[in-house]
Design a protein around this ligand. Structure first.
Ligand code: NAD
Length: 326
């Protein structure tokens, strides 16, 4: 007997992480009993180019639309079994000056999806969140029980969405599973985030802006490791449970800059120290024991080698970042 096909609704599947997840699902290692619908508004951060290799796949349908569009979300949720929710306004710097769009998409958009999911008995709803909801930590690492203390309008809008998702689990019995990951890196990341911004500027011969003293600390997670973790959560996670996902590569921004300069054949004369971001969290660090022990999650990529491959991808794919997405 063949397994029934799972119809997956994936929001934000034309962005950096969502498109990597779709490519993984429809690639050689993905399940063969799956159909995928990507719902994406194609904001400045999303582009169909990210899905070019899989668009001809008959198992994939693309719908351009807004997750805040309740009618559209209702119709799509009725036609699907599970939801994996990536769509978001994702850049902290933009949220400092334009917080409204973050509340609309990240909070109201998530609530719109949860509402439709509860109504149409979506069997699993995976909500992709961030370690930034915990705030900043000087020492040690956060478990999933850490109270939320977001610092930026971005992380506050994501924390609100997390709480809403958990409320739909408790109130409506919706099988919600949340992932909170550290900073992702890899190919297809819009060049406003630190790694692709620095790489593309360095490859073009420009200087790069380093915030403050460069001593902020982040953990770096390769996007493919993140996507494998999300798939473990979707297929084997527990209802109502949050999973931290880390990459095991904690670095100061200065150390990261050193790696990037060396990979791009540049030196410190190309680095401009700029005023620190308002409300900048000093350090993020997640404890991902739960994902390791319950789901067998372990990152496969090792940082220096995977970063070098990422830089090489930007070097070889100038067309992707020189032409604005459409
Ligand atoms: P991204 O900015 O690259 O992509 C976001 C996608 O969502 C884009 O394709 C965009 O068009 C789409 N989108 C935005 N608003 C929409 C709306 N209203 N309706 C439908 N689609 C909309 O983001 P990303 O880096 O791929 O992040 C994906 C998820 O992971 C987000 O929820 C983000 O908060 C979370 N996250 C990202 C990181 C990271 O390092 N990139 C770290 C932690 C958590």
């Amino acid at each position: 007997m063949t397994a029934p096909t799972t119809r997956l609704l994936i929001t934000g599947g034309a962005g950096f992480i969502g498109s990597a997840y779709v490519r993984m699902l429809l690639g050689p290692e993905g399940p063969d009993d799956i159909r995928v619908t990507v719902l994406d508004k194609l904001t400045y951060a999303g582009t169909l180019t990210n899905l070019a290799g899989v668009l001809p796949d008959p198992r994939l349908t693309f719908v351009r639309g807004d997750i805040c569009d309740a009618q559209l979300v209702d119709r799509l949720s009725a036609e699907h079994d599970q939801t994996v929710h990536f769509a978001a306004e994702s850049h902290v710097d933009r949220s400092i000056g334009q917080a409204r769009a973050f509340v609309m998409t990240n909070t109201l958009g998530t609530q719109t999806l949860l509402d439709a999911a509860a109504r149409h008995r979506i069997s699993v709803f995976v909500h992709i969140s961030t370690d930034e909801v915990y705030g900043s930590i000087a020492q040690g690492s956060w478990t999933e029980e850490q109270p939320l203390a977001p610092s930026s309008p971005y992380s506050a809008s994501k924390a609100s969405a997390d709480l809403m998702a958990l409320a739909y689990h408790r109130t409506h019995g919706l099988d919600v599973r949340i992932t909170r990951c550290s900073n992702n890196y890899g190919p297809h990341q819009y060049p406003e985030k630190l790694i692709p911004l620095f790489v593309t500027r360095l490859l073009d011969g420009h200087d790069v802006p380093l915030y403050g003293d460069g001593m902020s600390i982040r953990d770096w997670l390769h996007v493919e490791d993140h996507c494998r973790a999300i798939e473990l959560v979707r297929t084997a996670g527990r209802p109502g449970t949050t999973y931290n996902i880390g990459g095991g590569a904690e670095l100061t921004n200065k150390e990261l800059t050193e790696y990037l300069l060396s990979a791009c054949d540049a030196d410190w004369t190309r680095v401009q120290h700029v005023e620190d971001r308002k409300g900048h969290d000093h350090r993020y660090s997640v404890d991902w024991t739960r994902a390791r022990e319950e789901l067998g999650y372990r990152p496969r990529h090792t940082f220096p080698a995977a970063l070098a491959r990422t830089v090489e991808w930007y070097r070889r794919n100038r067309g992707w970042w020189e032409t604005p997405p459409s």
